[in-house]
Design a protein. Sequence first.
Length: 367
Amino acid sequence: MSLSLEVLSAAYNTTDSYINVPIAKQYRLNEIQFGMSHAYNGSASIQEDEDRYEMDFKTVYAINNNNQVALNLVSNNRFLAHYQFTLSDGFSPYQVGIGLRNITESPFSTWNNNEYIEDVNMSPYIVNTFYTEKTTFSIGYGLRGFQHTQQSLTGIGKFIENLNGVFFGFSYTEKIITIMGEYDGKDINFGLKITPSEFYELHIGLTEQFIDGDFNPQHNMAPKRQITFGISSRNLFSHNDYFNKQIRELNLKIADLEKKELQRVDQQKKKVEVKLISEDEILKARVAELYSKSLEKYNNRNYSESINLLQQALRIDPNNFLILSRLGSVYYTYGFMDHAAYYWKKAHQIEPNSPELKDIKEFISRY
């Protein structure tokens, strides 16, 4: 289940994005989010409370690893739908997606008083997202909702506005903190995301920056939305929910085995200082090193790099039970059930009596 508390009508209320700029990615199969957003403008020139506050609700659902849909209530009587399809297949540091924002039949307002109507319904786009260990960068092109109607930014924003229809964003993650910045085709926004666990996220956003005055000409002179707060949680709902508890327990057991293996490698390294070791032991040490690095990437939610390191280790030692088990776990975490079952099956073939895999035999048998 996912609950989001956010500020401003557009911020965080569509398919997965930085703040407003879309991100191309592989989705977790059957992941669902529920959200609520809240907007605030504290400018002295805003006299009416209804112009200071705004609240929206959203639901986001990943149909599979490539398709995600969102539905959000932006006013008392207006629902909007959003859709994104990821063209890229599988884990890759380069992802491409296409989508359609604001799916509704006519122009609309996100304000309850139905003022500030904008003609931004049915806004198509294409986006490219690049992933590194701690950073992401997205750049794309869109129509209507991604295009400005007039120049309104100051400073560096004046140059950016020459690129009508182009949008871009970036993020940098250090442990549980992610810093984000973007130009969404109309506005410059900055955000901070805190992720205390894989299920919960806290958001703070400074939006519609570098605009003179308290009203934004890009949004039909609506009050400038100044700040965004949010809290969100995500959960995976699928036909495999029955096995989630067993698989979480499996991951804990595998983690215990990993700890013992890393201790063994550390002891082996100490032996190297006093005597030569066999080529076989050197290869085992290399496998353990890759394995250790993959755990670090996994803990930082860099699943693609974690998988890449595990695949390297598997090429050295194709029958390594721990590597195969961990690959299954990483793929399961990201919702790739077929891949997870494939590697768990191979691990089970190597150690058919393994207590670590005992509880998920039924899951494996389904694939």
